[in-house]
Ligand binder design. Sequence first.
Ligand code: NAD
Length: 494
Amino acid sequence: PLYKGSVTLKTGLFINGEWVDPVDGGDLIDVFDPASRCGTASGKVITTIPGGGQQDVDNAVKAAKKAFKTSWGLKVPGSQRGRILSKFADLLENYADELAALMSLDVGKPFSSTKEFEVSTAVNVVRYFGGWADKVHGKTIETNDKKFAYTRHEPFGVVGEIIPWNSPLISAVGKIAPAIATGNTVILKPSEITPLTTLFIADLFNDAGFPPGVLNLVNGYGHTVGSALSLHPNVDKISFTGSIITGRNILKASAESNLKSVTLELGGKSPTIVFDDAVLDQAIKWAAHGIFYNMGQVCIAGSRIYVQEGIYDKFLEGFTAFTEELTSATGQPFEAGTRHGPQVSKGQFDRVMGYISSGKSEGAKVQIGGESFGQEGYFIKPTVFVDVKPSMKIMQEEIFGPVCAVVKFKTEEEVTEWANDTTFGLAANILTENSARAIRMANALEAGVIYVNNATAGDINVPFGGYKQSGIGREMGEEALHAYTQVKAVHLNI
Ligand code: NAD
């Protein structure tokens, strides 16, 4: 195996700088190894962790509110917040192996990608926002009566952060770091499916120097902890990443409680558009990375691949060969050479296999894949459909698995219309050597993130978020700082 060490993990809730048990005993949540089905019907249990409830959320909110008023927020200069975030980034870097191992264990991601990409990205995210902590400034504005006003960007207060299972570390720090940098205090709720990485990082909060109550971790289910956070009258903002249906519930909870500010990063059904003039080999690699990275469990996954007629046959041949080669690199997450692991859980495995069946029964043709792989864990072969119709479920709904469709198109106008024919609007990939066309397409596509000659390659400096039903608000880049601050305007009649 690529990782031979061992990791000691504290389990519990981290509230006000201490590990505590849930007040009323809480839920016991089994964490499964998705690469193995041995054990119970759902697989092998790695560990069981306690999940909190309403009372625990209440205690965390009280601690976070107190910390905001007494030891963080406007009490602490940005430079100090930045220093603590920088120390936190160093600690994450020191424990890169342990973090990568935990992520590979409970998500099933190949260890090579968790170590080389996920942990280093997370470290960079924390450093990046640590750098912003003393640079969030307002403006001076001349008023009509020749006097002036100025603006301040102030934190909201207590922020609830609810994250999914597909990239638990990047999702956690992508929300923690900008919230903390701008002076908010945080209650983090990871997915009940993949809580291990965030349990590990909570144990670093005190060592990094965050005062008690600034960062709290409450594990638990969505309908208990997630819902209690969203409905809580003293939570001032929720930042959520996950499915559209949960996003709607969080908006409703905000409306029913205190109209808290809400940022939503939701799902996608991203198009990848390959023009005749694309560089074929690179286009194949980008399109494949765009859909198959992390076993397709990526919100920006390019699951609808539109290929212009002149390059279609060659593309399909090369893309099929690439997919076959990736399939042969399917394996256990900790084995050298593994590039394709299992889906995260039995629920996701069943869901993705359901979409494959629906594609077949609606008349699409399987070009390659279309079935599960082996008996051991929740492995699904990378799957490519052809002969699809726009109305098919596999063309309309987010699959969140290693499944895509390849469709032939003739003109730029036609493909623009097809690509935009979706309720989602997260990302779009354009593969072409024609710069004028790339810019025309980037302007015409209804998506918050456009990749030209690239795919699923975000950058911390650049805002990330969706159009249409893919979300509200932005993360990453300077935009993320606006998501965690509110503007105060001060008029001076002096
Ligand atoms: P999910 O919505 O089921 O769960 C996400 C989180 O919300 C979990 O922590 C869950 O416990 C919690 N939750 C569930 N019900 C809740 C409720 N009623 N109130 C409050 N919280 C609740 O999503 P998932 O299955 O974990 O993740 C997959 C989805 O996430 C996909 O749709 C994917 O596209 C999306 N996603 C989006 C991005 C992005 O940045 N846009 C990134 C990753 C994943």
